[in-house]
Ligand binder design. Structure first.
Ligand code: FMN
Length: 116
C-alpha cells in the first residue's frame, strides 16, 4: 500500500517526548530490504496531536528527521502540531472553527502537493 501511494500522511501522538514505537516500526520495516525502501522519493507529511501544550512536536520533528534520512520528499510546510487535542476534537469531530481553519488549510495544501 505504501509503495502504491502517491503520498503518505502520518498522523501520530507522542510517547515520552519521542515518536511512538509503532510509528518507528513502520518507518523501519518499509525501509528494508536495503535498496528497496518505499521511502526513497516518496511524498510524506506528518501531523502530530497531543492533549498537552506542545502538540507532540518532538514526535513530529523526529518523524521528519528519520524520513529525510531515508530520502523521502517530506512536506516542509504547512506544519500541524495539534495541541490540546482533547478539546480541539470532540468525538472525532473538529470542535472549533480556528482548528477547522488550519486543518483545512493543511488538507488543501497536502492534496494539491500529492497531485503534483
Ligand atoms: C507511554 C505514553 C507516553 C506519552 N508521552 C507523551 C509525551 O511525551 N508528550 C505528549 O504530548 N503526550 C504524551 N502522551 C500522550 C499521547 O500523545 C496521546 O495523546 C495519548 O496517549 C492519547 O492517545 P491514546 O488514547 O491513543 O493513548 C503519552 C502517552 C503514552 C501512552
Amino acid at each position: 500500500q505504501l509503495k502504491a501511494a502517491d503520498a503518505v500522511l502520518i498522523v501520530s501522538p507522542e510517547h515520552n517526548r519521542a515518536m511512538p514505537a509503532a510509528v518507528k516500526n513502520i518507518i523501519d520495516i518499509a525501509s528494508r530490504p536495503y535498496g528497496q525502501s518505499v521511502w526513497q522519493g516518496k511524498k510524506v507529511a506528518a501531523i502530530t496531536a497531543s492533549p498537552g501544550s506542545y502538540g507532540g512536536i518532538n514526535s513530529g520533528l523526529q518523524i521528519r528527521q528519520s524520513l529525510q534520512s531515508l530520502g523521502a520528499n517530506v512536506l516542509i510546510a504547512p506544519e500541524v502540531f495539534l495541541s490540546r487535542a482533547n478539546a480541539a476534537l470532540d468525538n472525532g469531530k473538529v470542535a472549533d472553527e480556528r482548528t477547522a481553519g488550519f486543518l483545512n488549510k493543511f488538507a488543501t495544501a497536502f492534496y494539491a502537493w500529492a497531485a503534483e
